[in-house]
Design a protein around this ligand. Structure first.
Ligand code: UDX
Ligand code: UDX
Ligand code: ADP
Length: 459
């Protein structure tokens, strides 16, 4: 059976770009992305592609090329399930905020709802593909829900974790290091491999059992996050010695066993995956009684929290131990450049800490909306929405945010920040004018020459 129609439940940061690239590379395949969120689907269907709900370089062009031809966005979930031979589940799996495993385990309610929906609607055989990051053995749960429908429909379950990073999603999808497919049915794996095979060489398509595939996704994210925490731990040591973390990163990165990527010291990692997946790994390890394993990985999160906290502590200490009533400009709110995603962004935690110290914050981010910034803060429940709105304002231009500020904190490594007229900014700011560069993107010598007091990470 050749696959002619597929659908993806969940039109988010993973489902959107992944399906757009699959559609582009398989013009004969009808690809429908469905979501319960009507507003989001309407934004994906907006005739102005600059209004798509997620920002990713290169994505708008692909959507413009494929939408209405073989790529469709819809809220008609049942219809899409019914007509598709293959269904991807790409819904969110946030950390649980209630009950058993609160703050640690993944909340699988959205995945389970999808499985139940598929079970209810399907009248013909389906291949169900888990795309969301899921705890090991989730496929078993999906299988159990699907195989007990009594409808006689056969379901094959595959695990096909996504390794794209936001900000480079399109490039990562077009040139993946590997595509991983876990499953028991060779036939089902072949069908999915064929879809990727229209642009990914077969030797990059790995086949494993379902559990290895699920665990590989968690492990990959844990290893990546661990590298960031490792270099961030060394950055603190550098600040107390005469070492420079960039020099150390370069020196160790040239060892081919270590490698040069992902060694950028920072204000701490954010994003929807790293923290969630490690917490998940820790929870799973503990649930098997593997406490040493759990403690080992938990330390990656502890160090990351410490890195965010020590950035704001240092800022406060340097501003003569008080930021009360002082204007602090924040450049960047997204968790990394080239995305409008703010989930777990270090900026949120630093802002919250500074607001507790009664700072007044002005934020500028090239892609994050004012509403998103306020809702990120409100979500923490530290103070009322009215207070947040009063104390933290978003500005339409960096110069507005920086005007009359005591200090600027660089939270995201957006390229445009490097190109600003820093002499003009210096003139606009209160003196002494401080820069806290949480991403090490500016040149210290140059900033000192202009007159700034410049601090970065790990120097
Ligand atoms: C190490 C560093 O590799 C080297 O750069 C430094 O100069 C000295 O320390 P060495 O201890 O000689 O070298 O050997 P290495 O190959 O690093 O192995 C160290 C230990 O790790 C061995 O017991 C090895 O069996 C073990 N190991 C290494 C693993 O268990 N798994 C691996 O994947 C790699
Ligand atoms: C990550 C994985 O890279 C990706 O493979 C997986 O599919 C999803 O999770 P993502 O979270 O989108 O992707 O972005 P990533 O580039 O990994 O960055 C995560 C965080 O780490 C960001 O806050 C980034 O700024 C930070 N980071 C990354 C560093 O601080 N230093 C680095 O050297 C690299
Ligand atoms: P990710 O980064 O994993 O893609 P997002 O939160 O960006 O996560 O996207 C997940 C999407 O899944 C959201 O748009 C959400 O509305 C959608 N979703 C969640 N549960 C369901 C469901 N039961 N049916 C359809 N869509 C769902």
């Amino acid at each position: 059976m050749k696959i002619n129609k597929i659908c993806c439940i969940g039109a988010g940061y993973v489902g959107g770009p992944t399906m757009a690239v699959i559609a582009k590379k398989n013009p004969n395949l009808k690809v429908t992305i469905v979501d319960i969120n009507e507003e989001r689907i309407a934004a994906w269907n907006d005739s102005d592609v600059s209004k798509l709900p997620i920002y990713e370089p290169g994505l708008a062009e692909i959507v413009a090329e494929t939408r209405g031809k073989n790529l469709f966005f819809s809220t008609e979930i049942d219809k899409a399930i019914d007509e598709s031979e293959m269904i991807f589940i790409s819904v969110n799996t946030p950390t649980k905020t209630y009950g058993k495993g609160k703050g640690m385990a993944a909340d699988l309610k959205y995945v389970e709802l999808c499985a139940r929906n598929i079970a209810k609607v399907a009248t013909t055989d389906k291949i169900v593909v888990e795309k969301s990051t899921l705890p090991v053995r989730t496929a078993q749960a999906i299988k159990s829900i699907l195989s007990n429908t009594g409808s006689g429909v056969n379901f094959d379950i595959l695990s096909n974790p996504e390794f794209l990073a936001e900000g480079t999603a399109v490039q990562d999808l077009l040139n993946p290091d590997r595509v991983l497919i876990g499953g028991d049915s060779e036939e089902a794996i072949d069908r999915l491999a064929n879809i990727y095979g229209s642009w990914v060489p077969q030797d990059k398509i790995l086949r494993t059992n379902v559990w290895s595939s699920e665990l590989s996704k968690l492990t990959a994210n844990a290893f990546l996050a661990q590298r960031v925490s490792s270099i961030n731990a060394i950055s603190e040591l550098c600040e107390h010695t005469e070492a420079d973390v960039n020099e150390v990163a370069k020196a160790i990165g040239m060892d081919s066993r270590i490698g040069s990527k992902f060694l950028q010291a920072s204000i701490g990692f954010g994003g929807s995956c790293f923290q969630k997946d490690i917490l998940n790994l820790v929870y799973i390890a503990r649930s098997y009684g593997l406490h040493e394993v759990a403690d080992y990985w938990e330390q990656v999160i502890i160090l990351n929290d410490h890195q965010k906290r020590r950035f704001s502590d240092h800022l406060i200490k340097t501003l003569y131990n008080t930021v009360s009533g002082k204007k602090i400009a924040m450049l960047g709110w997204a968790f990394k450049k080239d995305t409008n995603d703010t989930r777990e962004s270090a900026a949120i935690f630093v802002a919250d800490h500074l607001l507790n110290e009664q700072a007044e914050i002005a934020v500028y981010d090239p892609k994050v909306s004012k509403d998103k910034i306020q809702s990120d803060l409100n979500y923490l429940n530290t103070r009322s929405p009215e207070e947040n709105q009063q104390l933290l304002q978003s500005k339409n231009s960096p110069y507005e945010a920086l005007d009359d500020a005591h200090a600027v904190a660089i939270m995201t490594e957006w390229d445009e920040f490097k190109t600003y007229d820093w002499e003009k900014i210096y003139k606009q700011m209160k003196k002494p004018a401080f820069i806290f560069d949480g991403r090490n993107i500016l040149d210290k010598a140059e900033m000192n020459k202009i007159g700034f007091e410049y601090y970065s990470i790990g120097k």
